[in-house]
Each structure stands twice: as structure tokens, then as C-alpha cells.
Design a protein around this ligand. Structure first.
Ligand code: G3P
Length: 217
């Protein structure tokens, strides 16, 4: 399972990439706005920090505009994945950009039927928004299971990128449901390692080791 960071904060990405466990990064217009920096500059820096896909989202809403913006974004670095919204124009842009050999992440997916269309259009990634579906009173994880079943039934090779992740439990459940990747906010990523019994167990081991008076080196 690939783990991506869902942020445009270069400092945090550098810090967490040092764990060796960050495969890629996703951004969106909200995250770019939050960074307060020029998009092309931020995306270029992020592409130098991780080896895997770095999603950069188009701002146009018509297919031609998305294709032109997508071509420009893809030229920033070979690991850019052009992110397009799940609209008819977005799907047209997906077909063309993937035909040109670019990675495409189709975002704002809230139904299995939408995910089927994105795969048929040639998307590299589909981004179902788990947390926002849960907020809406639906079951975000059920959507991952449905998409997994459809993609497996027809051998689509589009990767399921679980997005809008809010908790460590979401990450584990997305893995159980068969998501290929999860994109995770930095604070949730940092929390993935936490368990009180790990801390308690280590404290006990260290205390008992100290009593032996031994040294391994
Ligand atoms: O990258 C898109 C997605 O992960 C957004 O998450 O928390 O704004 O619903 P959120």
C-alpha cells in the first residue's frame, strides 16, 4: 500500500519523507492557497522530495483548458500526476492527458459509478473522498469496497487512492478494503505510529534492562 501526504507544506513533507515511508504527495487548490506560495514553485520542490506521484490540480473547468493546464503542470517534473475533477470535461481531459502518457488523478469521487467512468477514461488514480462522505452521513469505506470490486471484476489498473482521510483507523480500514494508496494529512500520518501499549511496553523493557546492569555494545 502506498502512503501519500495530503499537504503542500514543503517543510512537513521534507520532515516526514525522511522516515523513508512517504511514497508521494497530493495537493489541491485549498492546500496550495494555504501554502501562500506560487503553485509551480511548490510542486517543483515537492517533486524533488518524493519519488512517487505528486498530484497537482488544474483550475480550468473546461476540457481544453484542463488539458492545456495539465500539460503545463506535467512539464514541471516527471512524477507530476495531473489532478482533474470528476466531471464530463474532467473525464475528456483524463482521456487526452493519459493518451499523452501523463499520470492523471481523478478527484472528488463520491460514487462507484463515477469511479467506473474514471477508470474507463484511463485514470492512473481515482480519489474517493472517505471523510467527506462520512461527514455527509454515508459510509466512505463502503465506497472503497465497491470500487475495489468493480476494478477487480474488469481488471482496471487504475489505483484506488483513498482521500479525505481523517484518522489512523481510516488508513487501516482503507488498506483492508483494498485501496492501493491512501493520502494522509501530516498530523494523521504522525499519529499512525502511536499506541499507548507500545509506550508502556517500551518503558517496562527499559526499566527491566537497566536492572540487569548489562550493555549490549
Ligand atoms: O486531497 C483531497 C482530499 O484529501 C481532501 O480532504 O480533509 O479536505 O476532505 P479533506
Amino acid at each position: 500500500m502506498q502512503l501519500f501526504l495530503d499537504t503542500a507544506d514543503v517543510k512537513l513533507i521534507a520532515e516526514l519523507a525522511a522516515t523513508g515511508l512517504v511514497d508521494g504527495v497530493t495537493t489541491n487548490p485549498t492546500l496550495i492557497a494555504k501554502s501562500g506560495r506560487p503553485m509551480a514553485e511548490v510542486i517543483a520542490e515537492i517533486c524533488g522530495l518524493v519519488e512517487g506521484a505528486v498530484s497537482a490540480e488544474v483550475a480550468a473547468t473546461d476540457a481544453l483548458g484542463m488539458i492545456r493546464e495539465g500539460e503545463k503542470l506535467a512539464a514541471i517534473a516527471p512524477n507530476v500526476a495531473v489532478k482533474v475533477p470528476l466531471t464530463w470535461d474532467g473525464l475528456k481531459a483524463t482521456s487526452e492527458l493519459s493518451r499523452q502518457g501523463h499520470q492523471v488523478n481523478v478527484t472528488l469521487c463520491f460514487s462507484a459509478a463515477q469511479a467506473l467512468l474514471a477508470a474507463k477514461a484511463g485514470a492512473t488514480f481515482i480519489s474517493p473522498f472517505i471523510g467527506r462522505l462520512d461527514d455527509h452521513g454515508a459510509d466512505g469505506m463502503e465506497l472503497i469496497r465497491e470500487i475495489r470490486a468493480i476494478y477487480d471484476n474488469y481488471e482496471f489498473d487504475t489505483d484506488i487512492l483513498a482521500a479525505s482521510i481523517r484518522t489512523a483507523r481510516h488508513v487501516a480500514d482503507a488498506g483492508i478494503a483494498g485501496a492501493d494508496c491512501a493520502t494522509i494529512p501530516p498530523d494523521v500520518f504522525k499519529g499512525l505510529i502511536k499506541h499507548p501499549l507500545t509506550d508502556k511496553g517500551l518503558e517496562q523493557f527499559m526499566a527491566d534492562w537497566a536492572k540487569t546492569g548489562q550493555s549490549i555494545l
